[in-house]
Design a binder for this molecule. Structure first.
Ligand code: AMP
Ligand code: MG
Length: 420
């Protein structure tokens, strides 16, 4: 049996970022950039006003105070989107709106608030623009001016490959004129449930049978992680059925297989066997609880197969430890770890000595995180996952963790986001 770290390292050694594809910038949200974005323009492209007011020569108003204002003739007006036709000369000013290009000759903007124009109601100002104003406050050169290139300069390396695209990156791409962008392709993840006992969701229960829930949990986890689930349905516990289903997944272009069940030591646990005959088994069994019976191997063409345990909780815990990082790497992510917090454990827990993952509810109390278990920890009790927002990690070799001790918790969801 190998450790969680060894198992993850072995899996990741067979997983690479997938090739890039070009997608519209809005579709790139959450994806990982596969190209370098170098700006061929300055942002903003020209010096412009940061305020509504008057473009002036700062030297002309150097002495202006409320008690002895400086009078200037207003010779023109410029709004955002247009360009002033005249130049600002000594003794003159041009009325200017936020975002409008600085007129020639001007080196600063006096905000409306610091001029006599501010005393007039806005409607009146619009209908009959002032032909002269009193400036009541001095400005220095470049005051209230946003210089060209303040945000981005020509030739700047703005976004490096590997950057995760969020709303702000989409905005930057838009301002640089990119309609689409190159990102790593999303992995196609084949999902296969195994078991003679499994029924489809719509089928009525029969003696000895249960409904196939893992396929749905796994598909949802794949989707949440950014992969594209390809649902292959249920394989019965025979070599031939499992082999056929795996082959159909390969034909569908799967980048990764996730099976569930069939990896224990029972008579009908065929996933290991088929993995051996259809590909190459890399390892089986990990020192963790839940989730010990995990299998990993490579199919034809090196396509990785993660054989998740059948028990619904074990399958989920194993997905988070092994399948999620694999999918994230295929997407181009380099940060593969689950977010973690330190929390005060509110009750004692016992552990097998293997790496333990305890379903907990994390809450914030007085600026600290606290964790209490969701109760019954059986690996078939999926509702205990439904009640949880985290997995408290119990180190290997530890058999008991006392109430009041600090534990590391892998967050499944944030208490600040989802109320449980
Ligand atoms: P196995 O490893 O195949 O023996 O499965 C372990 C346990 O998980 C058994 O109780 C199975 O019935 C259950 N199980 C396996 N596959 C699924 C599935 N797709 N949905 C729900 N439970 C499952
Ligand atoms: Mg089974």
């Amino acid at each position: 049996m190998i450790s969680v770290e060894e198992a993850l390292a072995a899996i990741l050694s067979h997983v690479q970022p997938l090739d890039p594809e070009q997608v519209p910038i809005l579709d790139a949200q959450g994806r990982v950039l596969a190209e370098e974005i170098v700006s061929d323009i300055a942002v903003p492209p020209f010096d412009n006003s940061a305020m509504d007011g008057y473009a002036v020569q700062s030297a002309e108003v150097a002495s202006a105070t409320p008690e002895s204002p400086v009078k200037l003739d207003v010779i023109d007006s410029v709004a955002a989107g247009s360009v002033a036709e005249k130049s600002v000369l000594p003794g003159t000013a041009i009325r200017i709106m936020t975002g409008a290009p600085m007129p020639e000759g001007a080196d600063a903007v006096v905000p409306y608030e610091d001029t006599s124009d501010f005393d007039r109601p806005k409607d009146e100002r619009l209908v009959t623009p002032a032909d002269e104003i009193m400036v009541r406050s001095a400005v220095e050169a470049r005051d209230h001016v946003r210089p060209a290139g303040e945000d981005i300069y020509v030739g700047e390396r703005v976004l490096a490959p590997g950057r995760v695209i969020r709303a702000q990156e989409i905005g930057v791409l838009a301002s640089l004129g990119h309609e689409s962008v190159s990102v790593h392709r999303r992995p196609r993840v084949a999902i296969l449930a195994t078991g003679d006992e499994l029924l489809e969701v719509h089928e009525p229960l029969q003696p000895g049978k249960i409904r196939n829930s893992n396929e749905y949990t796994n598909a949802a986890l794949v989707r949440r992680t950014g992969g594209i689930p390809i649902r292959l349905g249920i394989a019965r516990d025979t070599r031939s059925d499992l082999t056929n289903k795996i082959r159909s997944g390969l034909e569908a272009g799967a980048d990764l297989f996730l099976t569930s069940g069939g990896v224990s030591v029972g008579d009908y646990d065929v996933v290991k066997d088929v993995l051996g005959s259809e590909g190459e088994m890399q390892f089986w069994q990990v020192r963790m609880k839940p989730g010990k019976p995990l299998a990993f191997g490579l199919l034809e063409g090196g396509v990785p197969l993660i054989g998740l345990p059948g028990n619904p909780v074990s399958a989920m815990v194993s997905f988070e430890q092994f399948a999620r990082p694999a999918i994230l790497r295929m997407l181009g992510h380099t940060n593969l770890a689950k977010p973690q917090v330190r929390a005060v454990l509110e009750e004692s827990v016992t552990n097998s000595g293997r790496r333990g993952f305890v379903r907990v509810i994390v809450s914030q109390q007085g600026g600290r995180y606290h964790a209490r278990t969701t109760g019954e920890q059986g690996s078939g009790v999926l509702t205990s996952m439904s009640k949880a927002n985290g997995l408290a990690i119990v180190p290997e070799g530890t058999y008991q963790v006392e109430a009041g001790s600090e534990v590391v918790v892998q967050m499944l969801d944030w208490p600040e986001v989802i109320d449980l």
